[in-house]
Write a protein that binds this ligand. Structure first.
Ligand code: AGP
Length: 351
């Protein structure tokens, strides 16, 4: 597919700049009748598995928090692992929410085929209308982020979150945990977030570049808690792909159980401020321990050294991932790497 870079040096940067318009597009492209049907299927499920790989798996991990809030327990499993321990729990009445931006990832396709044979209903979430996932699903929800050409996924992640949050809100209508007003509030928050990201992007890009200029080491931690923990995992994946740097996503509380041993003056750590108030004490405690150890801290929050846009808890993963995507991108640029096509990687792992 030929897509202009729109004056940007790399597709990855262009695709980050596409995020604000994609967020709204993805929401408005969802059709009420399919959402309602998918929500009814999810609500009526005997058990639910959310599967995907890489970035799509990280979006799935965030959906755990979305579904949990509406009283639904979703098991989130890598599509590469699903056949080994989750498949045995699949039978008639099971529902698989399968996420794949390409819709062609073989782990996902293999897993849904096996699950279908055991009687599961498949709800597909994909950015590719004619893909194998779209064709194999009983019902599918489009991501509608437009073509994404950089191997490091950016806008498909944020748009997938819009789809999953909307599905969870519709499921909440069934469980009685949400009402139409919540949907309207979500729509308003999403529009506002899209506008705010649009206007803040040049500033975030600059702050990301400044923050990353201090990273000399080939290894760093990214940490957070609650709904933003999977964002730390996603940020770490972006550093690996775009900057060929080792980055590890760790839960804030888990840092204290061993990993903090590596932190010192030379070991950078990116901290995403959690959105859940219950985690603030832990956050302050960890920031203090790290400061005492002299670790260079890059904070991501509306008040941080790299500022994310202020928004609701459910949309905070979208707001927080943008600075991480841009930091990974800037480190890749600093290192002169082929960011859009990292050596040895492909956009979709199809075999
Ligand atoms: C993301 O930056 C990666 N390129 C990769 O982890 C990707 O998310 C994974 O291979 C799954 O791809 P899919 O969403 O097309 O199934």
């Amino acid at each position: 597919e030929i897509v202009d870079k729109g004056g940007f040096p790399h597709y990855m940067l262009k695709e980050v700049y596409d995020i604000p318009s994609c967020l709204v597009n993805s929401y408005t492209s969802l059709m009420e009748k399919y959402l309602s049907l998918a929500a009814m299927i999810v609500y009526g499920a005997k058990n639910i598995y959310v599967i995907g790989n890489g970035t799509s798996l990280h979006a799935g991990l965030i959906s755990y928090y979305y579904f949990s809030e509406v009283g639904i327990n979703a098991n989130v499993v890598s599509a590469a692992e699903f056949p080994y321990y989750a498949l045995q729990n699949i039978s008639t009445g099971s529902v698989i929410i399968a996420i794949s931006q390409s819709g062609e990832t073989s782990d996902v396709i293999r897993s849904i085929k096996m699950a279908k044979q055991r009687g599961a209903v498949i709800v597909g979430v994909t950015n590719s209308v004619g893909s194998r996932l779209a064709l194999e699903s009983n019902i599918y929800l489009p991501i509608t982020a437009g073509p994404e050409l950089a191997v490091p996924a950016t806008k498909t992640f944020t748009s997938t979150l819009v789809v999953l949050r909307t599905l969870s809100l519709y499921t909440g209508l069934n469980s009685g945990k949400k009402d139409r007003k919540d949907l309207e509030a979500f729509e308003k928050d999403l529009e506002e977030l899209s506008k705010q990201i649009y206007t803040s992007l040049p500033q975030i890009e600059k702050q990301a570049e400044d923050a990353i200029s201090k990273v000399e080491k080939d290894s760093l931690y990214i940490t957070s808690s609650g709904i933003n923990f999977p964002v730390a995992l996603e940020g770490a994946l972006k550093f690996k792909e775009a900057a060929l740097a080792h980055a590890e996503g760790i839960q804030l509380g888990e840092l204290l159980h061993g990993p903090i041993a590596l932190t010192n003056k030379g070991y950078p750590i990116i901290i995403i401020k959690p959105s859940e108030e219950q985690a603030f004490d832990l956050y302050n405690k960890v920031v203090k321990s790290l400061s005492d150890r002299g670790s260079p801290i890059i904070s991501v929050s509306p008040e941080g050294s790299v500022k994310s846009v202020e928004t609701s808890r459910d949309l905070s993963p979208i707001a927080n991932v943008v600075p991480l995507q841009l930091m990974a991108y800037k480190l890749g640029v600093k290192r002169g790497l082929p960011i859009d096509t990292p050596q040895g990687l492909v956009k979709a792992v199809v075999s």
